[in-house]
Ligand binder design. Structure first.
Ligand code: PLP
Length: 393
């Protein structure tokens, strides 16, 4: 391949994993929209099944478009290998079922993605796996939660929707001493802004539905880690549970990744300005954004993250009613869950994503009635601010 020296992220995002198409010289990665692959003869088929010859067999076991995405993603996260899935949750369940066996225990961040929480507390618990929810922003609390049968520490940083951070490097140090695997959900940061593997984590997870796809048109998931772990998952919980990515979705993600660095630069720049605007607004009680000097973990953010990404949450003084009013008044910001799109998305956790959570638990997780979550897009920042201004006032 032409890429001989270690290139910068921006170059890798465009080129890594892509080889010129030998058949016709196509620049873009061909979309191998096929379920199966034809063998030349019985011997070739037998050799491929026996693993004695490289080559494809059946798309659930591997597909050339998916392979390009995986190679590109491994390069961007600085891992040896990657795996693509049909959703972020397919990646979450495959990696957790790979590491956790009957009798094992997992420690996880208290504010994790809702479906990850229900996977741990409503599904895998039936297979004799126990889970402890911990405020992972406090390293001592993580240490205290570790038991002799703890096999996995599962982190999400920043956490949704309060942006609370945890110190990946400090936690992985403790985990290594105890022989525990650390998995980090890096969805909010994208590989451009935070590198958990460099900080000692074993596996990085993404809902590729968010920043990696970036355009709100695909649901997918990714894992990155050592070749040994990725091969292990590929041959077990990916192959046999079967949450594979569709070739077209892999193709969309390859395209999304090419512009990731450019989109994230604009996203960070816009979000910083929007957070500063909100912080000085008289109707706003509090703004949670790691890029603000007022953010309690701003120093950790600067140490661990290369940028502060596009997620902001803020509390309106007017509480629940003010939140609902803002949702109904915005014109440019789109009223939708999800995040990481080029479009600015806005949602109100108390009436939407977290409405099923009892109010007491919501308040404990700092999800106040007037809390609004914003995923800042790449539009003109003045247009975003004007839309929020007219909605808040
Ligand atoms: C969206 C999301 C997931 C789940 O991913 P899907 O692609 O929706 O299955 C997991 N973790 C985080 C942090 C997310 O935002």
């Amino acid at each position: 391949m032409f890429m001989t020296k270690k290139h910068d992220f921006k170059t890798l995002a465009v080129h890594a994993g892509q080889k010129p198409d030998k058949l016709h010289g196509a620049l873009a990665t061909p979309l191998y929209q096929t379920s199966t692959f034809v063998f030349d003869n019985v011997q070739q088929g037998a050799n491929r099944f026996a693993g004695e010859e490289t080559g494809y067999i059946y798309t659930r076991l591997g597909n050339p478009t998916q392979a390009v995405l995986e190679e590109k993603m491994a390069a961007l996260e600085g891992g040896e290998a990657a795996l693509a899935f049909g959703s972020g949750m397919a990646a979450v369940s495959a990696v957790l079922m790979y590491f956790l066996k009957s009798g094992d225990h997992v420690v996880h961040s208290d504010a994790i993605y809702g479906c990850t929480h229900s996977f741990l507390h409503e599904i895998i618990c039936d297979y004799n796996v126990s889970a402890t929810s911990v405020d992972t922003s406090d390293v001592q609390k993580v240490k205290d939660a570790i038991k002799p049968n703890t096999k996995v520490i599962y982190l999400e940083t920043p956490a949704n929707p309060t942006m609370k951070l945890c110190d990946i490097e400090a936690i992985t140090k403790i985990a290594k001493e105890a022989g525990i695997v650390v998995i980090v959900d890096n969805t909010f940061m994208s590989p451009y802004l935070q590198s958990p593997l460099e900080l000692g984590a074993d596996v990085v997870l993404h809902s590729a539905t968010k920043y990696i796809g970036g355009h709100g048109d695909v649901v997918a998931g990714l894992l990155v880690g050592s070749k040994e772990i990725m091969d292990g998952i590929r041959m077990t919980t990916l192959k046999d549970i079967g949450g594979i990515i569709a070739p077209f979705d892999a193709w969309l993600l390859i395209r999304g990744l090419k512009t990731l660095a450019v989109r994230m630069d604009r996203t960070c720049e816009n979000a910083q300005k929007v957070a500063e605007f909100l912080e000085q607004h008289p109707a706003v009680e509090k703004v949670h954004y790691p890029g603000l000097p007022s953010f309690p973990q701003h120093e950790l953010a600067k140490k661990q993250m290369k940028g502060f990404s596009g997620l902001i949450s803020f509390e309106l003084k007017g509480g629940y009613d003010a939140g609902v009013k803002l949702m109904n008044s915005v014109k440019l910001c789109q009223l939708a869950v999800s995040l990481g799109d080029v479009d600015t998305l806005i949602q109100h956790p108390a009436s939407m994503t977290h409405s099923v959570v009892p109010e007491e638990e919501r308040l404990e997780a700092k999800i106040t009635p007037g809390l609004v979550r914003l995923s800042v897009g790449i539009e003109d920042v003045q247009d975003i601010i004007e839309d929020l201004e007219q909605g808040i006032s």
